[in-house]
Design a protein. Sequence first.
Length: 281
Amino acid sequence: MAEKKETPANSEKQKNEGTLQRGMKAIKPLQDFWNKFNNDWSWTLSAALAYNLLFAMFPFFLALLAILGFFLGGLDQQAFNRLVNNIVDYFPSATATQITAILNAAREELSKASGILLVSSIVIAIFNGSRFFVLVENCFGIIYHLRSRGFFAQNVMAIGMLLLFIVLVPIAIIAGTVPSLAIAVLQNTPFGHMSGSIADVINHLGGLIASYVLFQAIYSIIPNKRIRFRNSWRGAVLAALLLQLYLIFFPLYVEQFLTGIVAAVGSLLILLIFFYYFAII
């Protein structure tokens, strides 16, 4: 029986087929991820999270001001203004007026309440603000095919996550003062001409660390299953990087594509869009 000779054309064809198979194998994880992303209703769930987060802002800020005021012995006008400025820095500039108005309304609500009314306002604010994390748990339930926690355990988790967020806010504010301190320290050194760039690097690094802690807590605590650190830290790092890039480039997106919308509808829509992309991350 005559053997089939391998011609240069056949050899080239086999080589191309092998390259194609290796390429398909390399992109298969990305295809699987995309299919799961769509099958888990991620776009719809992100919209639900964004909408819920928008309405959770007022009770969250009210609880934040109440708890910080309690532990710091009250917030005077100067401390409150500094807190507002630091919080506003984390949002698109187009929404600064809206965020400031929500914080002012929360402070006014606290100033008008006293005694049992004040305590009940804070308790209700903590409960309402924590509903966002209940929704996040339900979203993870769809992704991981899990049952929700019982009522008591679910609320302990949600309120605990809200308190963790409140703890992270002053830490982020303190970290936000490091760049200005770095500029002051480096001003009279050979690195003085680079102080601005170094401060920017420190600022982004601090934001990256805070974002990582945030996402690591979300991925490890909220799902109703044990998530090992070795299985979650890469996702938390990637999400933190994406969030920092998002915070850098979102203002450019608003400036280039949404200026007319801001003028016509207002900053509330920009805030909703901001939360929507944040929820996708």
